[in-house]
Ligand binder design. Structure first.
Ligand SMILES: NC(=O)c1ccc[n+]([C@@H]2O[C@H](COP(=O)([O-])OP(=O)(O)OC[C@H]3O[C@@H](n4cnc5c(N)ncnc54)[C@H](OP(=O)(O)O)[C@@H]3O)[C@@H](O)[C@H]2O)c1
Length: 306
């Protein structure tokens, strides 16, 4: 069993840390909010006062924080960053969903310090994190991944080696874009079905039975119909991730009109006060039934209960 430190105890990191303790690893935790670290003590984890204190003596250090800014702070901050506290034979694992550019920069910083590095973001939300069924997309050296596998297996049910450092981050952003584009389209089309006066529940039943509907879209369609928007993957994180997709595409001059449109739609959802909703909440943007007057000037609307 390994000595594993977890930095960041939000919705995902807290559940991952619990599974590491259940698997028998010696777990040390750090969180910006000390109360969150305190709650993990009940599961057998040891609290550390800073990322550096958590990293000192650990075999594996895992970060699961919000964004690039948080990642930079926990790994590289001058007096408290984890990287400078790590042993030369330890492994640094960045599991947050981050921009490819930042992850490559972080990987180089680790290499310059002689520390083995993996980017290992995950697919799956709170239920999968709790059940130890996350899907890992890993960038980095295959031999380092082989050493880290017993630790990743305590939190996930599948591990995909994506390639060089930064590849895990890249695959994760593509997977999230695929998911977000589908759900934006689904919300829009359910709204269209309502506007066309179709029986929405029946439309969804039929849609779900066809090969064009992915398993993820099936689950989301049922949640949208049931009005289930309890936050698992909140829209404000979806916008953060699409921001990294757009930024990454701009850096390499790639055309991504569909992802750009989805980014705008989820940003509009945040502006409409839906940032804390689960990603399915995007459907609320299209929930109104509109009857356009013949002249096109006046639009009257009513909200249909679903
Ligand atoms: N939720 C999902 O379904 C899901 C699924 C897959 C991947 N992810 C990704 O996994 C990561 C964590 O997600 P989550 O759902 O656990 O988010 P969360 O509940 O919002 O937790 C974010 C964590 O980051 C910490 N943090 C934020 N800014 C920080 C800073 N400047 N310095 C240090 N710590 C900072 C927060 O600390 P405080 O507690 O002090 O605010 C918190 O512990 C994100 O990158 C997210 O995109 C999420």
């Amino acid at each position: 069993m390994a000595s594993v430190s977890v930095l960041g105890l939000g919705a995902m990191g807290s559940r991952m840390a619990v599974n590491l303790t259940k698997a028998g690893h010696a777990v040390t935790v750090w969180s910006r909010d000390p109360d969150k670290a305190g709650r993990l003590s009940a599961s057998g984890a040891t609290r550390a006062s800073s990322p550096r204190a958590a990293a000192t003596g650990a075999d594996v250090v895992i970060a699961m924080v919000r964004d690039d800014i948080a990642s930079r702070a926990v790994w590289l901050e001058a007096s408290t960053g984890a990287l400078a506290g790590m042993s030369r034979d330890a492994i640094a694992i960045e599991s947050s969903t981050l921009s490819v550019n930042w992850v490559r920069t972080l990987g180089m910083a680790a290499a310059n310090s002689g520390i083995a590095f993996l980017d290992a973001p995950v697919a799956g939300s709170r239920p999968q994190a709790e059940a130890g069924q996350l899907i890992y997309f890993v960038g980095g050296d295959a031999s380092v991944l082989a050493r880290a596998l017993p630790v990743l297996n305590a939190m996930g049910s599948a591990v995909h080696h994506a390639g060089a450092p930064g590849s895990g981050a890249g695959v994760k952003l593509l997977v999230n874009a695929m998911f977000g584009i589908q759900l934006a389209a689904l919300g829009e089309l359910i709204g269209l079905a309502k506007n066309m006066g179709l029986d929405t529940a029946n439309v969804i039943d039929i849609l779900e039975s066809t090969p064009v509907c992915s398993p993820a879209a099936k689950l989301a369609a049922s949640a949208m119909l049931a009005g289930n928007f309890a936050p698992l993957f909140p829209i404000e994180l979806v916008v953060k991730d699409f921001g990294y997709v757009v930024e990454g595409a701009r850096a390499v001059g790639a055309r991504i009109p569909t992802s750009t449109a989805a980014h705008r739609i989820f940003a509009e959802a945040v502006s409409s006060g839906l940032g804390d909703d689960h990603i399915t909440g995007v459907a609320k943007l299209f929930a109104e039934v509109r009857f356009e007057a013949a002249g096109g000037d006046s639009v009257s609307s009513l909200t249909e209960g679903s």
